[in-house]
Design a protein around this ligand. Structure first.
Ligand code: ADP
Ligand code: ADP
Length: 233
């Protein structure tokens, strides 16, 4: 069985069918790119996996077993992590506090625990080679660094499925290269990655499979081995 499978997933907003009987699967150790024009349904699929919205019909299977994702907590419990364009982190808190979020209530960290929290955060950042001081206020960092903090959190929580939404949209070239390295390492470790991107060269370099959506329908899925490289100027 694939790591994750969507079967006949449909989502309607009023008269708009944002997803129309979508079948989609993700293998472990694969980078599966999602492409499609605005309005194609990519965000809707991501919101369903994140537990931020429900589906009207269809099934979601993890390791072949049907699962419910009724809220973000259930998504996390199933090992599904989402890196949104609008970040999930809290900019007014420190990096370390953000990395501790969702595990322990931050208010409970006293002086000694705070030191432990910084050490723990440093370990999580080191794991992905992110050169960030865990004591800094998150909102003062570049968007790229804030994204690294989110990835560090997903890695530390052993996410089995990681969805990235246009992750390099606001990154510098160097930051993008770092992100590609981390993404490839996660793939090598067996994580399944759904990678939403408009950039054909990026998808070509990174993805094992590419799925294209249009008007809520899955237009097609291609293995990288079966497509020719894009004309990159
Ligand atoms: P994409 O992420 O590919 O741009 P979306 O999933 O955001 O596409 O949108 C798919 C379709 O559903 C679009 O027609 C969009 O306008 C519509 N849609 C998305 N969210 C809502 C919503 N909350 N209410 C009404 N329509 C929505
Ligand atoms: P994206 O392009 O990243 O999908 P959008 O700007 O389309 O973002 O959507 C931003 C928010 O507005 C989302 O929460 C989406 O669900 C909602 N939305 C999108 N399209 C519509 C729509 N036609 N009517 C109402 N809400 C919408």
């Amino acid at each position: 069985a694939p790591l994750l499978r969507l079967e006949g997933v449909t989502k309607q907003y009023g008269a708009t069918r944002a997803l129309d009987a979508v079948d989609f699967d993700l293998r472990s150790g694969e980078i599966h790119a999602l492409m499609g024009e605005n309005g194609a349904g990519k965000s809707t699929l991501m919101k369903i996996l994140a537990g931020n919205t429900g589906r009207d019909s269809g099934r979601i299977l993890l390791d072949g077993n049907e699962i419910d994702i009724r809220n973000p907590g259930e998504a996390a419990a199933h090992g599904i992590a989402i890196i949104h364009q609008e970040l999930n982190t809290v900019p007014s808190m420190t990096v370390a506090e953000n990395l501790a979020l969702g595990r322990e209530p931050v208010g409970r960290f006293g002086r000694l625990d705070r030191r432990a929290m910084v050490v723990d955060a440093q370990r999580k950042l080191d794991r992905i080679g992110a050169d960030v001081d865990p004591r800094r206020t998150l909102g003062e960092l570049s968007v790229g660094m804030q994204q690294m903090v989110e990835i560090a959190r997903a890695v530390s929580e052993d996410a089995r499925v990681l969805v990235l939404d246009e992750p390099t949209a606001s990154l510098s070239r160097g930051e993008s290269e770092h992100l590609y390295r981390i993404v490839r390492e996660m793939r090598a470790a067996g994580t399944g990655l759904i990678y939403i991107s408009h950039r054909m060269e990026e998808v070509w370099d990174l993805a094992d499979r590419v799925t294209v959506f249009r008007d809520g329908r899955l237009v097609g899925t291609r293995d990288k081995s079966s497509i020719s490289p894009p004309d990159v100027v």
